[in-house]
Design a protein around this ligand. Structure first.
Ligand code: GLA
Length: 667
């Protein structure tokens, strides 16, 4: 190059450099950024510490948590993105994430899986002509636990218009209720089969929608059961074992609906997954008797009771607390005989349960096998018999039994014999000691519940430890949590939901997987806010939980249900998938990149199929009849819209929204 040319180049470079500016992405504002846990932090990690990756410290950058997504408008006038990325040192060797950059819909850089303690990886990507940049962090496919992700020294060079953050997907998606309005004519909905033990109280409200008043009739009820024709509540006790198919009728001024209910008097209850409400995801430590009563009232007023929702479950914080300063949580833990006492918020537990039963609903309670619950309240260790007897005396129908503070080496002074026969089976099957220690507290409480004169659905809540699905049924569980606690983010919900594949083999009538409670509506663990899931993500959540035959427990404030949320919870064709009497949960039948298909058999020989798109952009998802084990022509029905789509002789394909689903029934 001659001297003159070099001079010109220097001038040009100087002119360009003079115009170029640099901005840190953490200065752009995070208004609509989505992330799986906590809040995005400027120049700090998600836990608000100094940014540090692989021992290297950084002054500037963005601390986030998987799954996270930040969308930046570059206006086509940016030049370059540079950063060093990795898992923040505050989680030590834990956490695993993947950083991904998407420019105008095309992936332009991917870090590969990065784990805790790994050195930071440098990124240097040209942004020439790019209009929108998405910075994503995924959980690398193994859930979001400890996924503290740092975009350190992350800068954008630009030469004209300053980059800005665009509103996230939550704002962009419309809240469209797909479920048609509930007809005014009567319809009988909900479970078509129910189990009860001989001699135990039976309570079943016929779920019937339509304009009130509705008059009910039933024939073929076993001796001992009685129908209240105005409320549709069937109650009583049946002493003889046997199966009875009752014909039901619901009539209003516009017509008559007919249905059948199979009543199985035997050893099994929970013949379909439990459906109801639980206080934790909305109120957590702030639950009170009044709030529970309002939830029960709202279950009726909203009409959800007419679609099969049944349980009103009180989670932690009905008991007195170990050391809380809050006077409404203080008081004697137990009486002189060791009987558990409620905290002052629940002055009349029996009255509350009677009230719930009077509405035709069932009631649930919570405890732990250790001395203290997860929230630090009094739990059941060494008082299992007394507690089970008290729950029965109050009239509870459901017990969620946690794990917190349980320690196998604690010595118990139990006087009443426990039925350890299930333990013996586990021992002779050669299960290791550590696993036997995990199973024992559930067998102890199961035995205590069996001594009671009522059916109490037993729900294990030990987050899936020791592959609980493999032994939960034998240990006497009616359902078992398969995961840690859910939150209302895509990362949490999708990580849990799509992580259930393989568990379907272990669930069936009487014993169900429970991937945790629903996070639609207003949730917030004591600090209510609308769920952070986008509308499509909410359809995915409910569709997946129904396909999985999961326990369905609404987690939101029942007094603040909006029409969109109601649409999610009162679609009888979608609920029918969850409550299908065959009780055979779905598994994944195909996966192609970020699209997947889950399917299950239904009692009438048809199949329920979910076409899911976990990707960032709308995408086509296909299923062939061969994959479903079908040949010939079949009709397809869209379950959310309750609309027939048509017949096909080879399969079905649909365009599915980002993080969305199309749920169909193939007949
Ligand atoms: C655990 C459970 C939650 C809830 C709380 C109560 O975290 O997983 O569902 O019951 O305890 O403290």
């Amino acid at each position: 190059m001659n001297r003159y040319l070099s001079f010109l180049c220097l001038v040009a470079a100087g002119a360009f450099a003079a115009n170029a500016e640099t901005i840190s992405i953490a200065e752009l504002g995070f208004g609509d950024m989505m992330q799986g846990y906590g809040q995005p932090q400027r120049d700090h990690s998600v836990d608000k510490a100094k940014l540090s990756v692989g021992g290297e410290q950084f002054e500037h950058g963005l601390g986030t948590h998987a799954e996270s997504s930040m969308q930046i408008d570059l206006h086509g006038t940016a030049d370059r993105f540079t950063a060093k990325v990795g898992v923040d040192g505050e989680v030590h060797e834990r956490g695993s994430v993947e950083f991904i950059m998407v420019a105008d819909g095309k992936e332009v850089w991917r870090s590969g899986v990065m784990k805790g303690k790994q050195p930071a990886k440098a990124v240097d990507v040209s942004l020439k002509d790019v209009k929108q940049l998405d910075l994503e962090v995924t959980d690398a496919g193994d859930g979001i636990d400890f996924d503290h992700a740092d975009w350190c020294d992350a800068k954008i060079e630009f030469h004209a218009q300053k980059p800005s953050t665009t509103p996230g997907a939550v704002q962009k998606e419309e809240y469209i209720r797909l479920t048609p309005p509930t007809p005014r004519e009567p319809r009988i909905n909900g479970a078509q089969i129910t189990g009860v033990r001989p001699g135990h109280p039976f309570l079943f409200k016929i779920a019937a929608s339509g304009e009130k008043p509705i008059q009910f009739a039933a024939s073929g009820l076993p001796d001992g059961l009685h129908l209240d024709e105005n409320s549709g509540i069937i109650s009583g006790t049946v002493s003889a074992r046997g199966e009875h198919v009752a014909s039901l009728r619901a009539k209003n001024s516009l017509g008559t609906a007919r249905g059948e209910l199979k009543i199985v008097v035997g050893d099994k209850i929970a013949l379909t997954p439990p459906m109801g409400w639980n206080s934790w995801n909305c109120f957590a430590a702030a639950v009170t008797a009044d709030r529970v009563k309002s939830a029960a009232d709202a279950m009726v007023k909203s009409g959800l009771i007419d679609h099969g929702w049944q349980y009103i479950n009180i989670d932690d914080f009905w008991e007195c607390h170990r050391d809380s300063k809050d006077p409404t949580l203080q008081g004697p833990h137990r009486d002189a005989d060791g009987k558990i006492l409620t905290n002052p918020r629940f002055k009349d537990m029996k009255g509350l349960v009677d009230y719930i039963h009077g509405l035709g609903l069932k009631a649930g309670l919570y405890s732990s096998p250790g001395p203290w619950t997860c929230g630090g309240c009094v739990a059941s260790f060494d008082h299992e018999e007394l507690d089970a007897a008290q729950y029965a005396e109050w009239g509870f129908d459901y017990l969620k039994y946690d794990w917190c503070s349980y320690n196998p080496s604690l010595e118990s002074k139990r006087t009443r014999p426990v039925d350890f026969s299930p333990m013996k089976k586990f021992e002779s099957a050669g299960k290791p000691k550590g696993l036997l220690d995990q199973i024992r507290p559930y067998v102890v409480m199961r035995s205590a519940l069996n001594h009671q004169n009522r059916d109490i659905l037993f729900s294990f809540c030990q987050y899936g430890m020791g592959n609980v699905w493999e032994w939960g049924e034998e240990a006497g569980g009616n359902c078992w949590r398969t995961t840690g606690d859910i939150t209302d983010t895509w990362g949490s919900m999708a990580g849990i939901g799509f992580g259930q594949n393989g568990h379907e083999k272990f669930a069936g009538p009487g014993h169900w997987n429970d991937p945790d409670m629903l996070v639609v509506g207003k949730v917030g663990w004591g600090n209510l806010h609308p769920t952070k899931l986008t509308p499509s993500e909410q359809y995915t959540h409910i569709s997946l939980w129904c396909l999985l035959s999961s326990a369905l427990l609404i987690g939101c404030d029942m007094t603040q249900l909006d029409d969109f949320t109601l649409g999610l919870l009162e679609n009888d064709e979608v609920i029918a998938v969850n409550q299908d009497p065959l009780g055979r949960p779905a598994g994944r039948i195909s996966q192609n990149g970020s699209v997947e298909v889950w399917a299950r058999d239904l009692a009438d020989g048809s199949k329920a199929v979910g076409l899911f798109n976990r990707g960032r952009k709308a995408s086509e998802v296909k299923v062939s009849w061969t994959e479903l084990g079908l040949t010939g022509k079949h009709s397809v029905r869209d379950l959310w819209r309750q609309r027939d789509i048509g017949d096909s002789s080879d399969g079905y394909a649909a365009e599915v929204a980002r993080h969305g689903v199309v749920l169909i029934r193939v007949k």
